[in-house]
Design a protein around this ligand. Structure first.
Ligand SMILES: [Zn+2]
Length: 479
């Protein structure tokens, strides 16, 4: 039977406030275990939490950028559960009145609805060793914003694209490091299957997947889960409502625990934090300070540099990449199109291969790309040579100009040199020359290739083609 996946995502974003959300402890990453703790975040009796104003402002900033409405009344709840990384035995979170509601993220032409975005505190971190576990409370109480989609996503690819787009927006907002490796961006997914052709709101039993450490893991775990659930259903079985853990090395999900329901958490209003109002003026002030976001930046790049919509979207998907492009344009008036091609092509593929977040992370500063494109545009090097020089610059850190200079690499454009080489090529390949004369146009490309080979790729392809064609046509007239 064929099924349609129904997928929802919960993203936990660590807000980069200097101190934790309800106490003054530092949030610096990588400090010695349990060195950034105090009676408040360790949940000692008699201590009182105080809301970090900056966390609230950051939360509103994200919610507004996602098109959410802002709750006029801020209320926190206690979410009660027992786990070794939670010293208070409850987490201060938001429940029925989340900070932001009803937003969206656009992926391509689709709108993925954001149901809610709410503030809460992070838990500690458990480190498991053979036979025992250790707990680090430095992360306990770090400000989090949880961003929850409606179950609008229908494939692992779409979930991946949503996350990339969301991270792009978050980067522009500068409220978080958005670093999955450091855990400042974390993601859980919910997935169920419904038979193809069933009503869109006939939801199957959903499974939650945790322990997803990369966007790739999100997509892979969803693909696995779609297959697993389809098999269970095809065999007449029932899906258990449960939480499963993704095992990245084994490439499968494993049952972790039966899924909790909201009532399991015994939510009640946090008595130590009084509800308070956020004035419309405050909200508007945050809105007024929103930066240029990816869709607006894409529009501006199209107008300012004449980029195509496709290029503009690719470049602005990550703030680092868009900044890189604009630094190049400021450094020298190179062709925007050529720069965009290089960034979206060679540089992006190296960025992906190295698992970097944007091309800005490559050991190839904007100045080097400007230099490389300059060498291509002035005809000093061919596109093929440029790719080799790029690879060399990446590994050695040298600038493209100095590589060309030190290796004596330079495109051969001198017609007399090329003319001699072209005559030799024609002598060696009489058949191809004859083919060209009988109207087989592609024989010319073969001859250009031979000429390139003869010059170890240094011949300018454009000039080579011109010279070969001229030689062939001259001979034809004479012959
Ligand atoms: Zn503390």
């Amino acid at each position: 039977m064929s099924y349609i996946p129904v997928i929802g995502l919960e993203t936990h974003l660590q807000l980069k406030t200097v101190s934790k959300i309800f106490c003054g402890c530092s949030t610096t990453f990588g400090a010695p275990p349990n060195s950034q703790v105090c009676p408040v975040c360790l949940g000692f009796p008699g201590t009182l939490p105080v809301l970090n104003r900056q966390a609230l402002t950051f939360g509103i900033r994200v919610a507004l950028a996602l098109g959410c409405g802002i709750q006029p009344r801020i209320v926190f709840h206690r979410k009660n559960y027992f786990y070794p990384d939670l010293p208070k035995d409850f987490q201060i979170s938001q429940y029925d009145l989340p900070l932001g509601t009803d937003g969206f993220v656009e992926i391509g032409k689709r709108r993925i609805r954001i149901g809610r975005a709410h503030l809460e505190e992070d838990a500690g971190k458990l480190l498991h060793s053979a036979g025992y576990s250790l707990v680090d409370f430095n992360r306990t109480g770090v400000a989090l914003l949880e961003i929850v989609t409606e179950p609008d996503l229908t494939s692992p690819e779409e979930a991946h694209l949503y996350l990339k787009t969301l991270r792009g927006i978050l980067e522009y907002l500068e409220v978080s490091d958005c670093d999955m490796e450091k855990g400042s961006l974390r993601c859980d997914t919910n997935i169920s299957l419904r038979p193809a052709g069933s009503a869109a709101d006939s939801l199957g039993t959903k499974v939650e997947i945790k322990n997803l450490n990369s966007f790739k893991a999100v997509a892979r775990s969803l693909a696995y889960e779609i297959q697993r659930q389809a098999q269970v259903l095809d065999e007449g079985g029932k899906i258990q409502q449960e939480t499963r853990l993704w095992d990245d090395a084994a490439g499968r999900t494993e049952p972790m625990r039966s899924k909790e329901y909201a009532h399991d958490y015994r939510y009640f209003p946090e008595p130590d934090l009084v509800p308070f109002a956020v004035s419309p003026e405050e909200v508007e002030k945050v809105r007024g300070n929103l930066p240029e976001l990816p869709p607006q930046r894409a529009r501006r790049l199209i107008e300012q540099y004449g980029l195509s919509e496709m290029d503009a979207r690719t470049l602005t998907a990550s703030k680092g990449t868009a900044d890189y492009f604009e630094s190049c344009m400021k450094a020298a008036p190179a062709s925007a199109k050529t720069l965009a091609n290089w960034i979206a092509g060679e540089l992006s593929s190296q960025t992906n291969a190295r698992n970097l977040e944007s091309v800005a992370g490559l050991p190839f500063p904007p100045g080097h790309l400007v230099e490389l494109v300059g060498l291509i545009e002035s005809g000093k090097i061919s596109g093929k040579m440029a790719k080799e020089i790029f690879a060399e610059a990446l590994s050695s850190g040298q600038s493209p100009g100095s590589i060309v200079y030190s290796k004596g690499l330079s495109q051969v454009t001198d017609p007399s040199v090329l003319q001699t080489a072209a005559q030799e090529v024609l002598k060696e390949h009489p058949q191809a020359a004859a083919d060209y004369r009988t109207g087989k146009g592609q024989a010319l490309m073969f001859l250009v290739g031979q000429l390139m080979r003869r010059t170890q790729g240094a011949a300018s392809p454009a000039i080579s083609q011109e010279i070969l064609r001229k030689l062939l046509n001259d001979k034809e007239k004479r012959g």
